[in-house]
Design a protein around this ligand. Structure first.
Ligand code: UT7
Length: 339
């Protein structure tokens, strides 16, 4: 595809409240030593009881718009990647649209030939959501090169953690990210290419309940399958293979090799997974950025959280080749190249 796609603004927002490994030690049979050795995670940000993830999604969106020097009135598409929306309906995207005041520009009272309509919806590609969002943005920009896309990631997986299940509840945290994507104007990074995949045969390896599969009534007790469950070891193997292979495929398609990559940011699920992917790719460890020790696995938000921090540290720079890759429930996966 030859459509020009740029990331024009980038920002994140996470709850102030944190849950450290030492906090977890107090509520379950685990240890900081086990969690750090097996995952690299030391702490995670989690919503307080009276908070919802959309407030962080809005904060990230506002900062990303300011970063891109784009006003809310210019947004034509508001896409939210989430597998932990605060309500099944309305979408987080419509909640964010309301909080950003978008109805003033593109709402029901303003339907006219002169005003652009707003495309506004959530999508669920789990931890691969950000990469899928880049691909969706490319498709929308191919349809309309003047589109101004606000791609948000909003994850509140702490709300689906069963803290009686030590194998998965120590892994996840909450957070939101946002990027503004457009085809022209001032930009931070060019999206060179994106490639995504999925295999539904592995749909049961990671599940999050709370959908409509079970008939429930007021007063029913919550069963274990309401929470996130994961066959960790199986997912680990597929994640390493999937992210490495998709990345190599994308590099080859663009006549590039691993040696051309300046910075590598993988989904921040587990340090051992990232190191194993790095080894498969034979990429120099000093090109591999991680920040999962502070956030845990924030699903679709993890890559944006890492990109924002890498940018702050001067490691994510315009013109340098950055390889992103993610893997998650579905199973889904994807890789993207920025420069
Ligand atoms: O974002 C979507 C993608 N998700 C992922 O990429 C996650 C992929 N999987 C993983 O990251 C790892 O498989 C885990 C971190 C989930 C688990 O690590 P592991 O090395 O595969 O451990 P394990 O599940 O095989 O468990 C090893 C041992 C078990 O004890 P026994 O049976 O050997 O006595 C577990 O009961 O560790 C025990 N264990 C724990 N011990 C202390 C499991 N969880 C804990 C815990 N604290 N939190």
């Amino acid at each position: 595809m030859s459509t020009v796609c740029h990331i024009a603004g980038l920002a994140v927002s996470v709850p102030e409240n944190t849950l450290s490994n030492f906090d977890l030690e107090k509520i379950m049979d685990t240890s900081d030593e086990w969690i750090v050795t097996r995952t690299g995670i030391r702490s995670r940000h989690v919503l307080k009881d009276d908070e919802n993830i959309s407030q962080y999604a809005v904060a990230a969106a506002e900062k990303a718009l300011a970063d891109a020097q784009v006003s809310a009135s210019q947004i034509t598409h508001l896409l939210v990647a989430t597998c932990s929306p605060e309500t099944l309906s309305p979408s987080v995207a419509c909640i964010v649209a309301e909080k950003l005041g978008l109805s003033k520009f593109s709402g029901l009272q303003h339907i006219s030939e002169n005003n652009p309509s707003l495309v506004c919806f959530d999508f669920n590609a789990a931890c691969s959501g950000f990469i899928y969002g880049l691909e969706l943005s490319r498709a929308f920009l191919a349809l309309n090169p003047d589109a101004v896309i606000l791609l948000v990631t909003a994850e509140s997986l702490s709300r689906r953690m069963n803290y009686r299940d030590r194998t998965t509840s120590v892994l996840f945290g909450d957070g939101a990210g946002a990027v503004v994507i457009r085809g022209s104007g001032r930009h931070l990074f060019k999206i060179l290419d994106v490639s995504v995949g999925a295999d539904g045969d592995y749909k049961d390896l990671i599940r999050i309940g709370g959908g409509t599969d079970k008939k429930v009534q007021v007063g029913d007790t919550i069963a274990e399958d309401f929470f996130l469950t994961m066959q960790g070891r199986e997912v680990f193997k597929h994640a390493v293979r999937g992210m490495a292979q998709e990345s190599l495929k994308l590099l080859a398609k663009n006549s590039l090799t691993v040696a051309d990559v300046d910075l590598f940011i993988a989904h921040q699920a587990n340090l051992r997974i990232i190191e194993a992917v790095g080894e498969r790719l034979n990429i120099s460890p000093d090109k591999v950025f991680t920040n999962l020790e502070k956030y845990g696995n924030t699903s679709a938000s993890s890559i944006v959280l890492a990109m924002a921090e890498a940018r702050e540290q001067g490691l994510l720079k315009q013109g340098q080749k950055t390889l992103l890759t993610a893997f998650g429930a579905g199973l889904t996966w994807g890789s993207a190249l920025l420069c």
